[in-house]
Design a protein around this ligand. Structure first.
Ligand code: DGY
Length: 331
């Protein structure tokens, strides 16, 4: 209708909670792909053309080609804290504001990374399979021995919000905590969380659990490779709920098979949704389909925050959680 012609218009590229979609619909015109699968690339670009806003998931690549084809775009609101699916430099050059969804998912993601850590150390998935397969005929003293968590050393790679949330959980387990990050935490934080900053080699050598919470950057791609896996203790576990390409999956499959380390818990993969075939048959790895932030409450919070980010830019306001505010200056 007449008024709706004047309203900004956005594309929501994939299925989101109805509440978040209604929130957007109350203020802008919405083209919503409610089929929970990514749009084919050509259709994605066609449907975005002429619109000012995009709310997208990590399965959508927002790159130079797409930005060039959609010159009316003002904001790309990612429903994720990680934004390696978006070429932020290209967006900034074109004055497109990029936003993400930090904070609302921190504790939920750390809960799940901790779940993976516990499940991997205590062999929960193997135990479940054992019972379902009808093998539990007799209590056995020697059955399914795992590794202890309490009192061990936790090495946190990437000491941002989620890394720190892991350190808080480790306190309850009486763990010694090391962290590695390009930027040191301030002394008060280190004291409060009882953590010590080390270089990556020391962290890998001394930790019983290595948990990854770094963004995917050129310098973190394959940070965990054959050499780093060889540096870890044979009794150690690797947990990845960050981004798949931080780990060289082929090297990890070899390390798990040949016993260079004891086990791994993975929520993310190098070529999602594909999983390295070498991992699939191994008992000492727990695999999850990228669900660390997937509590019903948190996923709704993420969707609402992304919508709010998108609407704020379209209404000329500063979005709550921008990635490249300098893009605004280029408009
Ligand atoms: C993120 O937020 O970056 C997750 O990987 C998706 O929830």
């Amino acid at each position: 209708m007449g008024t709706s012609m004047l309203r900004p218009s956005i594309l929501i590229s994939r299925s989101l909670p109805a509440e978040a979609v209604s929130r957007a619909r109350s203020r802008v015109d919405v083209d919503f792909n409610d089929a929970d699968a990514p749009l084919p690339r050509a259709e994605f670009i066609r449907r975005l053309k002429g619109r000012q806003g995009l709310v997208c998931l990590i399965t959508e690549s927002v790159d130079e080609e797409l930005l060039a084809a959609c010159p009316d775009l003002k904001v790309a609101a990612n429903v994720a804290v990680g934004f390696n699916n978006i070429d932020v430099a290209a967006a900034t050059r074109r004055g497109v504001v990029v936003t993400n969804t930090p904070d609302v998912l921190t504790e939920t993601t750390a809960d799940f990374a901790w779940t993976l850590l516990m499940a991997t150390a205590r062999r929960v998935v193997e135990a479940d399979r054992y019972v379902r397969d009808g093998k539990f005929k007799l209590w056995e003293f020697m059955l399914l021995h795992g590794g202890d968590v309490h009192g061990k050393t936790l090495g946190i790679v990437g000491f941002g919000r989620i890394g720190r949330a892991m350190a808080r959980r480790a306190q309850g387990f009486g763990m010694r905590v090391l962290y590695q990050d390009a930027v040191a935490a301030d002394a008060a934080t280190e004291r409060e969380l009882r953590v010590v900053r080390t270089d990556i080699a020391t962290l890998l050598r001394e930790s019983d659990f290595v948990t990854l919470h770094t963004p995917l950057l050129a310098e973190t791609r394959h940070l965990i490779n054959a050499q780093s896996l060889r540096t870890m203790k044979k009794t150690a576990y690797l947990i990845n709920a960050a981004r798949g390409p931080v780990v060289d999956e082929a090297a990890l499959a070899q390390a798990l098979k040949e016993g260079w380390i004891a086990g791994a818990g993975l929520d993310v993969f190098e070529e999602e949704p594909a999983v390295h075939p070498g991992l699939l048959g191994l008992p000492n790895v727990v695999l999850a389909p990228h669900i660390a932030s997937a509590s019903a409450h948190t996923r709704l919070e993420m969707a609402n925050l992304a919508v709010d980010n998108c609407l704020a830019v379209l209404e000329g306001k500063t979005p709550p959680t921008p990635v490249n505010l300098d893009a605004l200056a280029r408009r």
